[in-house]
Design a protein around this ligand. Sequence first.
Ligand code: ING
Length: 312
Amino acid sequence: MPRTLTVAGAQTGPIARDESRAAVVRRLIALLREAHAGGARLVVFPELALTTFFPRWWLEDQAEIDAFFEREMPGPDTRPLFEEAARLGVGFYLGYAELVEHGGIARRFNTTVLVDAAGRIIGRYRKVHLPGHRDFLPDRPYQHLEKKYFEPGDLGFPVRRAFDANVGMCICNDRRWPETYRVMGLQDVELVLVGYNTPVPSVMTPQYDHLAAFHNHLSMQAGAYQNSCFVVGVAKAGREEGSDLLAGSCIVAPSGEIIAQASTEGDEVILATCRLDLCAINKRTTFNFAAHRRTEHYGLITERTGALPPPG
Ligand code: ING
């Protein structure tokens, strides 16, 4: 009997700055119900799925900034999503801005939680790779200030057993870094869940804006293939507060093939029944890490942060 898991990507269209949490949660519940009707046992929502992508703005008033953060998960506005998911027996990945007090100090992370079919949080991940810049850049149509509003994640890239699979999570820019997938690959990950908010133009690399969709899929297909796992990438998409966000939500097989893909820039459910045993094909052969990796030559990957050119 093959081990399968039907997963849904619940792409959302834009979220307006003044859209209430309750209104957004109603949209998420509608997507969850559609995914459940399609047979999904696990639903992946985007990064920062409860609010507009506020790092596009330079904000100075801390109360205004903190209005985009959740101090509890679930809280009064998000509990209906947890309750409906538990009623339907569906698990989910939910990205949001997390504000947590550690020893009386406020910490702010770009976070996601993994929730099981009973509505319990069984995993948490905090975004490690924060793109963009920390200071106001006056010559840009909008900013990308994740380094201003969030701390780098402090939980690593854990993989846990859930939904009868080895499941890992990451967020948005993490999907562009091979280290993200390899750390999870070394934990035998079979399913990587990743939500994203990808502004186009990116304001950092206008030279590549015409390749935004290609680089999005390239990153996830490479990660899936090189670590022989499924990747579920889910966008918040569309024109959001005057800034375009890339769509292209997709589900990638361990072969690197895209097996499901969104075709709109709005709220849309994509579905795939993942045959998890397909992960074993390359885990046992091409990417049999134990048989082929030579870690004695990989030291620079963790010893050195930035690139150093050869002498001379
Ligand atoms: N967004 C973008 C992402 O990694 C970006 C930032 C865009 C980086 C384009 C490089 C090129 O998809 C977030 N939120 O990380």
